[in-house]
Design a binder for this molecule. Structure first.
Ligand code: UDP
Length: 239
């Protein structure tokens, strides 16, 4: 038997780039299925799961493809990209036997329901996975900030920031074999050591709201479940 989960409600932040797999852009089917399998494991433990997904695999407003574009316009395109990813994620969840609802910060009535906080809370209580699309709905923000914001709004106990590396290390583990993983760090330590865990706005919001962040890898099999069970996995950033 599994131990009881350490957290009742979590907010999982997935980057858009995680969906690419080894492809150059877009959504890799096998990759999204693997991610959803990890999510399903924790849903089956009875944990309430809210998800924010990025859009960097399709469009990133702040860089690259948007050169020469008006920043706000490019950012709206980035937010629309997150809606596509959210739809793909919810679809993959349904195929995996989960019930998922996409709620968008930008009204696109025929495609997704709008974000309404009490409704999101209701879905979570019903055990449905809620995927928050379109970031915060505002340009000049990121989906990391949307994760912090929605996490605080729905009363998540933990923001789980999925990265390529399985935590925060004392140095780049790819370059320095002596690099060690921090099991936990305070917000102040992360700031003073200039560890870019989330963007500054997201980080400040989590710190103000005393909302801990766990950095972990969504592609390390079982890691998400280990985090939820309160095991020593990834890096916890705490107040
Ligand atoms: N974006 C935005 N406001 C938000 C969230 C996202 O303007 O509240 C735009 C921004 O242009 C960003 C893009 O959407 O570059 C994709 O989001 P993000 O870069 O956070 O995705 P990720 O890096 O997680 O794939």
């Amino acid at each position: 038997h599994d131990a009881a989960p350490a957290h009742k409600r979590i907010l999982l932040k997935l980057s858009g780039e995680a969906l690419m797999g080894d492809d150059a852009f877009g959504i890799n089917r096998a990759t999204i299925v693997r991610m959803v399998e990890e999510v399903a494991e924790v849903v089956h433990l009875g944990v309430e799961v809210a998800v924010v997904i990025g859009g960097g695999n399709i469009f990133r407003g702040v860089a690259g493809g948007a050169v020469g574009m008006d920043r706000a316009t490019a950012d709206y395109m980035g937010m629309l990209a997150t809606v596509m990813n959210s739809l793909a994620l919810a679809d993959a969840m349904h195929k995996q036997g989960l019930t998922a609802r996409v709620m968008s910060a930008i009204a696109i009535d025929q495609v997704v329901e709008p974000y309404v906080r009490p409704k999101a809370l209701q879905y979570l209580e019903e055990g449905k996975v809620v995927v928050f699309a379109a970031g915060t709905g505002n340009p000049f923000f990121t989906t990391d900030t949307a994760a912090a914001l929605r996490g605080a709004e729905v009363g998540a106990e933990l923001v789980l920031k999925a990265t390529k590396v399985d935590g925060v290390y004392s140095a780049d583990p790819k370059k320095d074999p002596s690099a060690t993983r921090y099991s936990s760090l305070s917000f102040d330590e992360a700031i003073s050591q200039n560890l870019g865990i989330m963007d500054a706005t997201a980080f400040a919001l989590c710190r103000d709201q005393k909302l801990p962040i766990k950095v972990f890898s969504i592609f390390k099999p079982g890691a998400l479940k280990r985090v939820v069970l309160g095991k020593d996995e990834g890096t916890l950033v705490h107040v």
